[in-house]
Design a protein around this ligand. Sequence first.
Ligand code: 6PG
Length: 479
Amino acid sequence: MSGTAQIGVTGLAVMGRNLARNFARNGLTVAVHNRSRSRTDALVEEFGSEGTFVPAGSAEEFVAALERPRRLVIMVKAGEPTDAVIQEFVPLLEPGDVIIDGGNAHFEDTRRRERELRERGIHFVGAGISGGEEGALNGPSIMPGGPAESYESLGPLLERIAAKAPDGTPCVSHVGPDGAGHFVKMVHNGIEYADMQLIGEAYHLLREVAGYSPAKIAETFRGWNDGRLDSYLIEITAQVLAHTDAETGKPFVDVVADRAEQKGTGRWTVQIALDLGVPVSGIAEAVFARSLSGHAELREASRSLPGPVAEPLDEAAAARFADRVEQALYASKVVSYTQGFHQIQAGSEAYDWGVDPGAVAALWRAGCIIRAAFLDRIRAAYDGRPELPSLLADKDFAAEIGAAQEDWREVVATAARQGVPAPGFAAALAYYDALRAPRLPATLTQGQRDYFGAHTYRRTDRDGAFHTLWGGDRSEVTA
Ligand code: 6PG
């Protein structure tokens, strides 16, 4: 027997509840289910007027409420809880039904689940959903992977609830098979970490070197948000910095413990990049910066180490420095996105997904945490040149980076001279210089490796692998 609900959501914590409301507000009949019935009842009681909900008290009732092919969205914690819910529902489903995992699952888990369920004729869609609670309710960026066939019936429903880009395009499209959607969401989160780290470094430099107050820095960020740095994270940064702690009357940022936490998706990005051999140094520095901030005892023990203390600039010099920081922030941000898209392309090649980087950039134009005006330019760069080897090879981005050179380098040098940590800015600049260097010290690395491990090396003047008899007459032999 088939039900009437076009889609169902199981797992009604804030994200799941808001997603169910979003579907209902957009005219869909939504079956809703939660392990504890009280949450289901609370949703219908509080938001039942927003649309048509079909509350289900059990997995059986939930499945029976769904039209064929059934579409079930799972919104529970990643990992074992997701596997448990899948195991609970699979016996109740039939070939052609679709399970959508909207959590922050590891893409390898999604690949496993998709493979296992495909054998039972059930479609498994791992969908990255970005935008937090607000996005889930009013329009997230959605990155669904899985079988292209399932997107045919699922896509139109997701397009109703997705955020809309400035040109009205829904920020959802089929990313690629099996784990492609969750992989792209993972990289989104890695870029998010890098973006947040760079913004944090810009704030820290304006605070310590320019001598600006949080309120003044908020004003600076508001100004930057009117230009090429226009983005959600810059926008909310201005609001966070302008916020005053009600209890103490102090700037909010001055009463917050400076130990960053992380649920782990940014960490995954770096782990996978290491496996793929993709240098995501900006994202890695962001993850390590969060880790370092959490080592309170190590930091306390290091507090008295010798080094400079930043001396704030005078007003005119501070204003000039702030302009330089905008250049450094923008250039470093372009590098972080360059690294992220490189990882997406490397993952797509490694797993044969056929991910379109321009389409990914289009998905991120609205709804997600890294939404930014310049993503439309990234989309255009890849759409205009699908074989683009690097975002930095795009002539417009290359020109902007070129114009930022002097300021970017001055900011990194000032940070080093003043003892203000700017690992993101510095890593981005080092990556940029390494990419453009005609020769790298990897030459010496290869010689060292051959000396102590006979690992061989290649030559610039002929093909083949070679080894030098370091312990003997130091003649060279072909390996
Ligand atoms: C999003 C966010 C979200 C993120 C949490 C936790 O796209 O909506 O990226 O998925 O996982 O905000 O972030 P942390 O990893 O910093 O804890």
